[in-house]
Design a protein around this ligand. Structure first.
Ligand code: FES
Length: 125
């Protein structure tokens, strides 16, 4: 099962990735993972797993301590909220959207690719 946002883009065999067991990812809690030097957060909703960049686009704080409400992740510093499904910021004009990354779930395995599926949009403060 591929990420619902962009299933038309096939991952390349050369794209770095990491594979985890689905059961090792807690439900509805930011779960840090790294692919090489890239830090990401995973968010599990049943059999779906979303992946985002781990740092806020406003001032770069770690989002792992952010508050998750539904699909909205609130930055612990200044309260920007991002929809972790798309990376879109929903309440502040002064920073970019959060980059999201490709995931695949197959049986009980989750593969996360170092392949962005959304480009940050918005202001570049
Ligand atoms: S650092 Fe995240 S809102 Fe300011």
């Amino acid at each position: 099962m591929t990420h619902p946002v962009d299933s038309a883009v096939a991952p390349s065999a050369q794209v770095p990735s990491v594979t985890l067991k689905l059961d090792d990812i807690p439900e509805r809690t930011p779960h840090p993972v790294t692919i090489g030097r890239r830090a990401l957060l995973l968010f599990r909703y049943g059999d779906w797993v979303y992946a985002t960049a781990a740092r806020c686009t406003h001032q770069g704080v770690e989002l792992a301590d952010g508050e998750l409400s539904g699909s909205l992740l609130r930055c612990p510093w200044h309260g920007v909220k991002f929809d972790i499904r798309t990376g879109a910021r929903v309440n502040q004009p002064n920073c970019r959207d959060l980059r999201t990354f490709r995931t695949e779930v197959e049986d009980d395995q989750v593969t996360v690719y170092d392949q962005a599926i959304s480009a940050p949009k918005g202001a570049t403060s």
